[in-house]
Design a protein around this ligand. Structure first.
Ligand code: SF4
Ligand code: SF4
Length: 562
């Protein structure tokens, strides 16, 4: 017979605010009668250190082997639980939660109903706690080096940040040189910084850095292993080699293309892309030849946005910044024609206003798209439905002498293949997908593999630099001790029951299951989501502390109490 537990139950009054909604005195008495509960106390505020320290001291004093925290939900209290566990030496997985604040006190207007529901929740939480097992952590050796796929500004900056923190970084670049789209300025970069100077200085620093290995003309052909010790098989100029790395960062950039079908005419001397203008602006002679002298006198330079789909802050920033620079230096009339201007970036709204104050005319077209007549001398742009003081039906024709078109920012064609090699997902647009854009913006569905920069979303340069620092810091946190911590036996396969139907392998969203005569779960990759256990037709998988038995005990008590 299993040893009886000694459970402590702590009721939180949330700073004295729950009294009015819950009969805490009654809940205390009720809890004292629950099976294996040996200690009950009401505290004022769990989340204050004095209360969590008191819980830790009671655990030690009363020799408690399980704890139920009744108050706010798990998400709020997890950090409290880990602090209590650390201080009391009780395994954190033996601390459970009964969210009686949100589910009872705040959910019911009548105190009596809320208290009744809280009793049921306390009974359920205790019933589950009785059956919980400690979940142990294991330390596995980890390489303090990181493989970065992509040698553009994001990849280089991540490598520099990692090297600064004492990690080895290997940059894998498929082209013969580093720099990505920024090299040669053939890219619609926001010209907030000097892109050419920036990328050249970063390449020089990375090349001289002894902590950074640069492998150009190289590509990943296979990835094996787990976080802490991945084996990346690569091909460099036809030769194969294997690299061991503790983590992988995909910083693979993006592609720009001119969406000719959206405009209905080709590029020409009068119609150029943002990339082409960017390259021209990097060359003084070419810039003067195109824009200088009296070339712009009485002439219209048109930037057009939104024709090939939704604009991005990247292309909008280029149009605003570059038109402002040209207006300042050269004598052109400048128009920016847009459908939906994206100013979600540092300083972009101010730049928008600055453009207007410089005399740049910004015209917004609505649902009616502009029409174009292109001749050798000029491009006539027909605009209707302009959001100006003009009557909506009124059509205006604007003669353009030079037109700069926005390009479409697209995923690289090999992203699908790269994602498959890395075991990560692509999003509906084909970019590499992050795990959760709000909570884990650089993590992917696969532990130890990260995405940063514009390969997951077109990004402005300041954001790319911030993300490089965040990625390096996150990896440093995980690998700094040369070992990683994983949960032992969080998801377990009963090999005798497994019929090797492969269902779990196909469904695991974190690519954590392999097979070797039966399904095998990688402890380093498993995130404990439970998908495999719920889908296995042979019921061969169990998630520790979420077993059917434990969940049924929780539900069963709830029923009994009703
Ligand atoms: S789903 Fe179940 S039976 Fe099928 S391979 Fe996985 S563990 Fe084995
Ligand atoms: S619990 Fe199962 S499905 Fe979820 S990550 Fe672990 S192995 Fe994959």
């Amino acid at each position: 017979m299993a040893e009886e537990k000694r459970i402590g139950l702590f009721l939180c009054n949330c700073g004295g605010s729950l009294d009015a909604h819950l009969d805490l005195k009654r809940l205390k008495e009720y809890s004292q009668g629950l099976l294996q509960v040996v200690y009950v106390e009401e505290l004022r505020t769990f989340c204050l250190p004095e209360d969590s320290q008191r819980i830790a001291s009671i655990i030690k004093k009363e020799n408690l082997s399980g704890v139920v925290l009744a108050g706010c939900p798990h998400r709020n209290s997890e950090s409290i639980a880990s602090a209590i566990a650390r201080e009391s030496n009780l395994n954190q997985h033996l601390i459970t939660f009964a969210p009686i604040r949100e589910h009872c006190a705040w959910a019911y207007p009548q105190r009596e109903t809320a208290t009744l529901k809280a009793e049921k929740m306390l009974a359920s939480a205790v019933a589950r706690n009785i059956l919980l097992h400690p979940l142990e952590e294991e330390e596995l050796p980890a390489e303090k080096s990181v493989l970065i796929i992509g040698g553009g500004i994001g990849g280089i900056q991540t490598a520099l940040e990692l090297s600064r923190m004492g990690f080895g970084a290997i940059i894998l670049e498929k082209k013969p040189h580093l720099g990505g789209l920024m090299k040669g300025t053939a890219a619609p970069f926001d010209s907030v910084t000097q892109p050419l100077e920036l990328i050249s200085s970063r390449i020089e620093t990375a090349t001289k850095d002894p902590g950074i290995d640069i492998l150009t003309s190289s590509e990943l052909i296979k990835l094996e292993g787990e976080p802490g010790r991945f084996q990346a098989h690569i091909k460099q100029k036809g030769k194969k080699k294997t690299i061991t790395a503790g983590a992988i960062v995909a910083a693979a950039g993006y592609l720009v293309s001119f969406p000719k079908e959206s405009y209905g005419f080709p590029l020409s001397e009068r119609v150029i892309t943002q990339s082409q203008l960017s390259a021209i602006l990097a060359d003084e002679k070419k810039t003067k030849a195109l824009l200088g002298g009296d070339k712009g006198k009485g002439k219209n330079l048109i930037f057009i946005l939104g024709m090939g789909g939704e604009s991005t802050p990247l292309t909008t920033a280029f149009a605003l910044k570059v038109s402002s620079l040209i207006k300042e230096k050269y004598n052109w009339n400048i128009f920016i024609i847009y459908n939906n201007i994206k100013v979600a970036g540092e300083g972009l709204e101010a730049l928008f206003r600055q453009c207007r104050s410089q005399g740049i005319i910004l015209l917004r077209y609505d649902e009616s798209r502009p029409g174009f007549t292109v001749s050798k001398e000029k491009i006539d742009i027909r605009l209707s439905g302009l959001l100006t003081s003009l009557e909506k039906e009124e059509e205006v024709t604007l003669p353009g002498h030079l037109m700069v078109v926005e390009e479409r920012i697209e995923p690289e064609p090999d992203f699908e293949n790269l994602a498959q090699l890395l075991g990560i997902n692509v999003d509906p647009q084909g970019f590499l997908q992050k795990d959760n854009p709000h909570l884990f913006p650089i993590a992917t569905n696969k532990a130890g593999v990260f995405v940063m920069g514009s390969c997951h979303h077109p990004m402005l340069l300041p954001f790319i630099m911030e993300e490089a620092a965040a990625t390096a810091l996150h990896i440093a946190e995980q690998l700094s001790e040369g070992k990683i911590r994983v949960f032992k036996e969080r998801a377990m396969v009963d090999k005798g029951k497994c019929t090797l139907c492969l269902t779990c392998i196909r469904l695991c969203p974190h690519n954590a299951i392999f097979y070797d005569r039966a399904a095998v779960i990688s402890e380093a990759l498993c995130q404990g989501c439970g998908v495999c256990a719920s889908e296995c037709p042979a019921e061969a998988i169990e998630i520790r502390n979420y077993t059917t038995h434990q969940l049924m005990a929780e539900i069963g008590v709830s029923r009994k109490a009703s």
